[in-house]
Design a protein around this ligand. Structure first.
Ligand code: ATP
Ligand code: MG
Length: 271
């Protein structure tokens, strides 16, 4: 009997350790991802700044020369030696490339901030439909060109949750759905509840997900979108929010036909 107790306690400890090491692994993965994603834009913005500094030197030389040269010809020849016309074009290119790079870093940082704010809200009973409606309002502009949105809400009690974080989950699923639709399609937002769990679901008639991608969807920074179009943090953030609720996300997808993400949430949180 005592033996068994020990064993159970040891098992619980191993379990806790495993959970901890899984968390550490997730944080490590996230940090490595951030470093990788930010490294490239930071790299070229840095080298652009160096090049710009050189150009500014040359431009200052030209401007200073306007005070000292004895003839316009002399000035013109200086301008030519310093390749002013090349500088002129390249300066603009370097600046817009750098702006894009810094914009990309900013997007990543903003998405990361969402991760770090995850702990700031308290669980409270809330009307999921209201949250979904306000999220729909927020993205209706983005959705209306891509899809007809159909609402199929079931009967739901209030559920104990972090409402603004669930809105974020819905927001990401809805934008993903819109992005998956090439020309025009249908996005269906439905809800329901079963055996103490409530669910909401975003279904789209978009391009679907390749079988080999299904297992990677929730990895931080996994994205099939072009650089600058997606950070690949949406689903990973969504899944940590849902896990925090003690829920889970189901995915079903068929290439070329569409995708269904269903978020399951306990109606009551254990106290
Ligand atoms: N409804 C969907 N249909 C097809 N593919 C999807 C759908 N939802 C997600 N995906 C795939 O999963 C990937 C990861 O999604 P996720 O939301 O995490 O990142 P993202 O949308 O690429 O970028 P972000 O959300 O950070 O802007 C997407 O790039 C896409 O390939
Ligand atoms: Mg997304």
């Amino acid at each position: 009997m005592i033996h068994k107790k020990h064993l159970l306690r040891d098992l619980a400890e191993v379990d806790a350790q495993l959970l901890q090491s899984e968390k550490m692994a997730a944080i490590g993965q996230l940090a490595a991802g951030v470093a990788h994603e930010i490294n490239n834009p930071i790299g070229y913005v840095f080298s652009n700044l160096k090049a710009l500094a050189g150009y500014v030197d040359d431009l200052v030389k030209i401007i200073d020369a306007t005070e000292t040269v004895s003839s316009l010809e002399e000035l013109k020849s200086l301008i030519e030696t310093l390749e002013y016309s090349y500088i002129r074009d390249d300066v603009q290119a370097l600046i817009s490339e750098s702006e894009e790079g810094i914009g990309r870093v900013k997007t990543i940082i903003t998405a990361l901030k969402d991760f770090s704010h995850i702990d700031e809200e308290d669980f409270r009973p809330s009307d999921l439909h209201r949250g979904l409606d306000s999220t729909l309002n927020l993205v209706s502009n983005e959705l209306k060109y891509k899809a007809e949105v159909i609402k199929a809400y079931g009967d739901l009690p209030e559920i104990e949750c972090l409402p603004s974080q669930l809105n974020q989950v819905a927001l990401n699923l809805l934008t993903n759905a819109a992005h998956a639709i090439e020309e025009r399609g249908v996005i269906t937002l439905s809800t329901g509840c079963e055996a103490g769990m409530a669910w909401f679901e975003v279904h789209d008639t978009g391009r679907g997900i390749k079988a080999e991608h299904i297992d990677r969807l929730f990895e931080p920074f996994f994205s099939t979108k072009a650089v600058g179009e997606g950070t690949g943090l949406g689903l990973s953030l969504s899944s940590s929010i849902v896990q925090k609720h003690g829920g889970h996300i189901e995915v079903e997808s068929e290439e070329g036909r569409g995708t269904r993400f269903r978020v399951w949430l306990p109606i009551i949180q254990p106290h």
